[in-house]
Design a protein around this ligand. Sequence first.
Ligand SMILES: Cc1cc2nc3c(=O)[nH]c(=O)nc-3n(C[C@H](O)[C@H](O)[C@H](O)COP(=O)(O)O)c2cc1C
Length: 400
Amino acid sequence: MGLLEGKHVLLGITGSIAAYKSAFIVRDLIKEGADVQVILTPSASDFVTPLTLGTLSKRPVLTQLVKDSELGVWNNHVDLGLWADVFLIAPASANTLAKMAGGEADNLLLTSYLSAKCPVFFAPAMDLDMHAHGANQANIERLVNRGNIHIPSESGELASGLFGAGRMAEPLHIIEFLEAYFTERAPLKNKKVLITAGPTQEPIDPVRYIGNRSTGKMGYEIARAAAALGADVTLISGPVALEPPKNVKTVLVNTAAEMYKETLSRFDKMDIGILSAAVSDYRPVKVADEKIKKSSDNLNIELEKTDDILKSLGAKKKKDQILIGFALETENALENAKKKREEKNCDMIVLNSLRDKGAGFGHDTNKVILILRNKNINLELKPKSEVAKDIFDCIIQEFL
Ligand SMILES: Cc1cc2nc3c(=O)[nH]c(=O)nc-3n(C[C@H](O)[C@H](O)[C@H](O)COP(=O)(O)O)c2cc1C
């Protein structure tokens, strides 16, 4: 589902023979697009090397509370606790579970656990009898009662040669467990979102077209943000030089007419439509069959209006559908954007600025004003990925 994409995952590894499997957890989390910071307990360093885990996670592995006692440098467990969106302790030894349950804090993993503000998952790994021991079971129960999330161990052959429960859940099952947890709680779970992005190209002859400067970056970030919030996303994209986002159905089009057809035919089944594409307002009436030769001094190309996608969707929009348009105005921006919202029956217009440095076409940053029925929200200049998240924060708060 891709709900781990962009998430900060703190992975705590303890002194269990299952620690070697954590390398696979790191690899799979990275594959899912997560940002992984590994913490080893001092004992875990006997089982796996920081070199392996640091290479896989692309971040230095942390093992000690104090980095350099002579220089007074230490690893800040409070910052780690705040940085993390998810704290996963896998494998979780009987010793660490007991210390977590008792609130002990004598290593970096435990101090970070006590500082964590995010959901904490733990995957116990130990021998059959250790696992079944009343003290260990009571610790697991205490942790669960305190809101920590137990990823149960699995049954099978154990390192000791015994057979039964206690084996750490397989790395893939741990990833699936996390995905399922976040899917269940995703704010846009079961929501279908239709997004348009990029420019359109209106052919003049077989080699020339009328286009615009849109790169599609904003729309692609909106699609990524929607997928990360658990939505079922369809992206109708004009010609751009971007990789299709993961976990998004991408439909590639060229002309305004194609974008109109692909968007209109899907809108009925959607909960939210966000039209960020820069669609050409006009197209040549006739497309020359052959390349137009440079013969006369002047060339007149007759243009006709293209269909207005936003207006057509606004006219079809049902009560429970949310429709959002984008506007780019070079004069009377606010006034024109407000008028556009009303005329096209949109719930919100995202007004792009062309005047601010770092905003608009081609940049990785943008500065927009969200225009709602009864208020405007001015956003600072920020990365387009952050603007996309702010747009969904606003949608969730105002309409869902
Ligand atoms: C070879 C070996 C394997 C071990 N495997 C486990 C294990 O799977 N689970 C466990 O709870 N303890 C296991 N232990 C014991 C822990 O390493 C020990 O309790 C240690 O203090 C745990 O420290 P930590 O929780 O701070 O990482 C093992 C010890 C050794 C020597």
